[in-house]
Design a binder for this molecule. Sequence first.
Ligand code: CA
Length: 361
Amino acid sequence: MDRRSLIKNAGIAGVLAAGVAPAVHAQAAVRWRLSSSFPKALDTIFGAAEVFAKNVKAMSGGKFEISVHAGGEITPPFGVVDAVQQGSVEMAHTAPYYFFGKNECFALGCAIPFGLNSRQMTAWTYEGNGLKLMREFYAKYGMISFPGGNTGAQMGGWYRKEIKSMKDMKGLKMRIGGFAGRVLERMGAVPQNIPGGEIYTALEKGTIDAAEWVGPYDDLKLGFNKVAPFYYYPGWWEGGPQLDFFINQKAYDALSAENKAIVEAASAVAHVDMQAKYDARNPGALKELVGKGTKLRPFSNDVLAAAFKTSNEVYAELSAKNEDWKKIYADYSKFRKDANLWFQFTEAKFDSFMQSQQKSL
Ligand code: CA
């Protein structure tokens, strides 16, 4: 028996043991496997799964251990939902919008163009109806979700040529994560869904004209500045993309009450940890990129206005044909309206004043 099947069998045995004796304090060891959609090199985004596993192990006194596997190691990066659903791994860490092809609602649990920012997404998830609605939806796939980080507003990606107006979007072959491709397609671009670990080669070879990934810290690490000079902002399709831990429902149900509480707490720690890492590491990376010759460019109002209009058309069409979307998006968009009503006053004023003063700080 190889090491992998040993771990798998130990995992099943652990789950069964925990299931038959949940009230007993001397728990049997639980061993799970977590499949990430991300490469190990991305310490912020892949790292959130490691932070989660480390805390689960520490909080359980070593009785609940989760091995963390990079995308492609035991499951293809975009195969993690199938793997969790089938139970071939107990859990995954991913950006749910990768799976919009199964149902567009996956995007609502992560990011949609002109959606909630990071703070608002966390508020909708924990204090609004977000977690409840998304869990009802994910139950159809035999899994339960726990928040697993946020990158904050992303950059708009790397371009070989400048995007001065909507005309420059026509025919643009662009790697873009998840659901935003639906909107870009209608704007005349040709979206490609490529895993993080494969973007550099595609951009270097010219298979694609542009690529977005996350923001300065990760993008510098992946070296996109070496193969495209223009770096646009904002990533209007990802104002606050949230990641999730997806757990096979049966595996979760078999956990003791203590281990369930540990999972919930460890996910909340990982959720905060990822945003903190991005906010702390992006400034230095941005300075380094600009120092190496990267040219920062804002998207024109023309492009933003067209993208906003197109996004709303897509959402209206989805509400007419996808019952789940209609239900979740109604709640999401009401929350977004109120959140922006509030954020426009003191948060926005404070931020814009401080940003205008940053050179004097
Ligand atoms: Ca992205």
